[in-house]
Write a protein that binds this ligand. Sequence first.
Ligand code: NQM
Length: 361
Amino acid sequence: MTVPDEARCMLMRGGTSKGAYFLAEDLPAGAGARDDLLLRVMGSPDPRQIDGLGGAHPLTSKVAVVSASADPEADVDYLFLQVGVDRPEVSDRQNCGNLLAGVGPFAVERGLVAAGDGRTSVRIRMVNSGDLAVASFPTPGGRVDYSGTAEISGVPGTAAPVVIEFPQGSGPLLPTGHARDIVADTPVTCVDNGMPTVLIAAASLEVTGYESPKDLEEDLTLADRLREIRLEAGKLMGLGDVEGTTVPKLSLLAAPLDGGAVMTRTFIPVRCHTSIGVLGAASVAAGLRVEGGVGEGVARLPAQGDRLRIEHPTGFLDIEAGIAYDAEGVPVARRTAVVRTARKIFDGTVFARPAGAAPHV
Ligand code: NQM
């Protein structure tokens, strides 16, 4: 297999994550050659990713692959790839709602979608889940404008708002069929509103849920317990053996501290998120609304409307996420919407570590 050592690439911040964005046609067609190139582009496997673009954390070791869509309901296809930091792995098993924020602007920058004069809406098929999203963002004079006044927790400064709407998702909201399951002796709510997530009251794990991500990551007893819960919950959710996969995520819930609906600490799944993923937040928000779920008695839901504030280690994420009950009494997700920001950091050619130059880990 001959794999190239360079590719056209745009580095973007999408929400609270950062990743390399490629047109599908700028990468090798086969998954094997593509993943080999992406590992070398990001500098993986290496805990510091010193020889590549990766930022030594799962939140900054991400790739978006974008192409024109054959689906009449979408303008572009977006495939998300999580590149392992210290493991030579590239996974398409999860989606990423943060990198999603950069997909519309990238599609315009690369000429896949014509910009409107003022605002542009891009219909995006998320290849990982098959679900659709619509992103709209300012394009004054037919060009993407990244500057603006929107603020999101976890990102310094302000930028142009990217409004993302998710019409109803495709899969069941409660993959186990229950509002509450007991796994590894722990009550959980397994929910999927775009991201398979296991909700757990922090108190049932003997932590407060207000610890710093670093303190939680250093708690090895907690790590063992979370691993046990995740492996069992993954099977119940129909995900099979999740030992080597990045889903499901685990969100610990505690009472809100700052007027929101709930405080969260989210494991993705080993590192603790410094904020929370977009689809992760969509799943938490929908899960909190499920009658009989583990959020009851912990969360404070607003009396009216679909908008919720999810608190996290570096602030909060406001999200609109509603659920309804179908004729059989099964909860289903309705529309979800969120505001993110994104920014082009560089555009050019990325030069990968040469093939065969094994990294010293
Ligand atoms: O849940 C991290 C992130 C994510 C995923 C992760 C995400 C989402 O913050 O939509 O964006 O959960 O691995 O980028």
